[in-house]
Design a binder for this molecule. Structure first.
Ligand SMILES: CC(C)(COP(=O)(O)OP(=O)(O)OC[C@H]1O[C@@H](n2cnc3c(N)ncnc32)[C@H](O)[C@@H]1OP(=O)(O)O)[C@@H](O)C(=O)NCCC(=O)NCCS
Length: 173
């Protein structure tokens, strides 16, 4: 699907001309694989939020449950093929609805770039790619939640505050 993206429709500009097929020297952007458990995927997510203890068996079970939900979870990663470690990831979650003519709504989630690789256009590459992917799979709307300090970053891709409040209740950390 990444090869079918209309990259000419991107809204952000890229200083180093990086694209989904060419994210940078020794870097590869691709869908998440089961073996990425051993390539630091959870440690990378740990730079975004609390991950907790997740064994390989638990990871495998969740990975396969997500995969069975066809056309729902699109998890993109960037691997440093030199170190064989993941250094960026982001998820597009496609929610099926009855409203909007039984349409689908996309949510961008869990965007993180490894602290040592920030500022190399990779965050932009991940979000732009998922945003275009949402369009490709025919979402009627894309949305995301972010901290106030990241609003400017997401505006680059066409997202805008819509005046609604995001409400939350936590049962666990
Ligand atoms: C936010 C994050 C994903 C950005 O990734 P990154 O790879 O460093 O970003 P990029 O190199 O692609 O940045 C691209 C541009 O966005 C700008 N930018 C980055 N973070 C920004 C922010 N928080 N606010 C405004 N602009 C920002 C950069 O200055 C850069 O501008 P330029 O292209 O004009 O030079 C990264 O800082 C990160 O992982 N942060 C910790 C986790 C997090 O906060 N995730 C987002 C959850 S909502």
């Amino acid at each position: 699907m990444l090869t079918r993206l209309d990259w000419s429709a991107k809204t952000a500009s890229f200083k180093n001309g990086c694209s989904p097929s060419s994210p940078g020297d020794s870097l590869e952007m691709r869908p998440l694989r089961l073996s990425d458990y051993h390539r630091g995927f959870l440690q990378l997510l740990g730079q975004l939020t609390l991950v907790g203890e997740v064994s390989f068996d638990e990871f495998k079970e969740r990975f396969s449950a997500m995969k069975q939900c066809r056309d729902t979870y699109y998890i993109l990663v960037v691997e440093d093929t030199g170190t064989k470690e993941l250094i960026g990831c982001a998820t597009l979650l496609v929610e099926q609805k009855f409203i909007h003519s039984a349409g689908t709504r996309g949510r961008v989630e869990d965007v993180v770039v490894h602290s040592e690789y920030r500022g190399r256009q990779l965050g932009k590459l991940l979000v732009e790619t998922l945003t275009l992917l949402g369009k490709l799979v025919d979402c009627y709307k894309m949305s995301l939640e972010c901290k106030p300090e990241n609003v400017k970053f997401y505006e680059t891709f066409g997202y805008a505050p819509d005046g609604q409040l995001f409400m939350v209740q936590r049962y666990k950390d």
